[in-house]
Design a binder for this molecule. Structure first.
Ligand code: SF4
Length: 73
């Protein structure tokens, strides 16, 4: 099975209130900066997600109380 990114995780920094729940749901994909705001692994506002990473990405989306994260095909 190919391990190429199949989905894209998007972060809306305007909606985010920086409590960091997404990091605890997806520690391999999302880090936190010194103020507790999320940093996607590649440093941008979008991140390619492989099938193996999908469970963490979905968990992060579900954990976000501000609907600041979403997954697209
Ligand atoms: S869970 Fe949502 S609101 Fe909280 S830091 Fe992550 S993206 Fe921001």
């Amino acid at each position: 099975m190919s391990d190429k990114p199949k989905r894209t995780l998007h972060l809306d920094p305007i909606a985010c209130d920086g409590r960091g729940l997404c990091h605890y749901a997806a520690p391999d994909l999302i880090d936190l900066d010194e103020w507790g705001y999320p940093l996607l692994r590649d440093g941008g506002l979008t991140l390619g997600v492989t099938n193996a990473e999908l469970p963490q990405a979905r968990a992060a989306v579900e954990a976000c109380p501000m609907l600041a994260l979403h997954l697209e095909r």
